[in-house]
Ligand binder design. Structure first.
Ligand SMILES: NC(=O)c1ccc[n+]([C@@H]2O[C@H](COP(=O)([O-])OP(=O)(O)OC[C@H]3O[C@@H](n4cnc5c(N)ncnc54)[C@H](O)[C@@H]3O)[C@@H](O)[C@H]2O)c1
Length: 325
């Protein structure tokens, strides 16, 4: 296939490109605006056969249209992805996550090509910590921070274009990813790098927030299956079936790295913090043959190895606060 992958210098997009080109004889054009979230380690993607990089903004309709001519499918990972940044200022989130997706929708409609859009379980909002249920196919959207509101908006735009113009589009909503190449602003890389450098590890509130963790490899294998065999118009939920509190995640990392628990520092909670994300994988995805393959503890060990091997590039997490590139 000829794929235009957007946001492929970021965490999930870069893992997807590596795995897809390893397993398929595809041509991939990676379109990325190279924001602070692009990982410099991903420069080595250019050594892969079938790979081309173009620096561009997905909200630039003319460029996206010219780049996408002749492609079979646009796979959209490009987004502003950090909730804390969206609370500080939502402007860029509206630009990339809503205006950008609208630009892609016009392109795929005009060129008659397919779209797979990568979305999040955060569109469903917060699930009661004690509830004996998970979000599932058909659960209503209830985004509760600017980031999740922009992701929900883009999902709705895609559904509306599918209904109105009969475009060929699929969406996946996945739970929290971890694994190699994630930006150190996020919980797991930040914890590993701070622990390595003997810095305090900030935890919001009491750390009791529950997330459903999935290794990025399992998310990418779901996306690949959907691209190859998914049904137009379908939304696929991808869950990790691995609910862990933030405090437990940090304690697991400290234990594996043999670092003291007194590095943990409880800080004022994020405003409007969602307490629990939990999502049931769609039957339609299981029917395509998808299964999670990496358990959380084994995946965490492998992830820690990636950050230890590349700690000089990642630097220490404090430096990341002012941006990467
Ligand atoms: N990380 C998770 O746990 C998770 C879970 C579910 C869904 N998602 C979704 O997956 C996608 C990828 O997430 P990630 O964690 O890899 O994000 P990331 O922040 O690591 O990477 C995003 C990439 O997109 C690029 N980008 C941003 N705005 C752009 C624009 N306007 N034009 C072109 N490129 C642009 C950035 O430069 C960066 O390289 C996002 O849409 C996110 O909402 C993430």
């Amino acid at each position: 296939m000829r794929l235009v992958v957007t946001g492929g210098l970021g965490f999930i997009g870069s893992n997807f490109i590596r795995e897809r080109l390893h397993e398929h004889d595809d041509e991939i054009v990676n379109v990325d605006r190279v924001t602070y979230a692009s990982n410099p380690l991903n420069r080595d993607l250019s050594t892969l056969e079938g790979y081309t990089f173009i620096k561009a903004d997905i909200a630039d309709y003319d460029r996206m249209k010219s780049i996408s001519k002749g492609a079979d499918c646009i796979v959209n990972f490009a987004a502003e992805s950090h909730v804390d940044n969206s609370i500080a200022s939502s402007d860029l989130f509206i630009h990339s996550n809503i205006v950008g997706v609208h630009s892609i929708l016009k392109v795929i409609h005009e060129l008659g090509i397919r779209l797979h859009h990568v979305s999040t379980d955060e569109v469903f909002g917060s699930m009661d910590q004690n509830a004996n249920e998970k979000f599932h196919d058909g659960s209503p959207y209830n985004p509760r921070n600017p980031y999740s509101a922009t992701k929900a908006s883009s999902d709705f735009l895609i559904r509306a274009f599918s209904n109105t113009y009969r475009i060929n589009a699929t969406i996946s909503n996945c739970s929290n990813n971890y694994g190699p190449y994630q930006h150190p602003e996020k919980l797991i890389p930040k914890t590993i790098l701070n622990a390595l450098n003997g810095h305090k590890i900030p935890i919001y509130g009491n750390g009791g927030q529950i997330r459903d963790w999935i290794h990025v490899h399992d998310h990418c294998s779901a996306i690949s299956l959907i691209i190859d065999r998914g049904r137009p118009g379908e939304t696929y939920l991808v869950g990790g079936n691995s609910e862990v509190t933030n405090l437990e995640v940090v304690n697991k990392i400290l234990k594996i790295m043999n670092k003291p628990q007194n590095l943990i520092s409880h800080v004022t909670d994020r405003p409007g913090h969602d307490m629990r994300y939990a999502i049931e994988t769609s039957q339609s995805l299981k029917a395509l043959g998808w299964k999670k393959t990496i358990g959380f503890d084994a995946g965490l060990r492998e992830t820690i190895r990636h950050y230890l091997e590349n700690h000089e590039t990642y630097g220490n997490a404090r430096q990341w606060e002012s941006g990467w590139i």
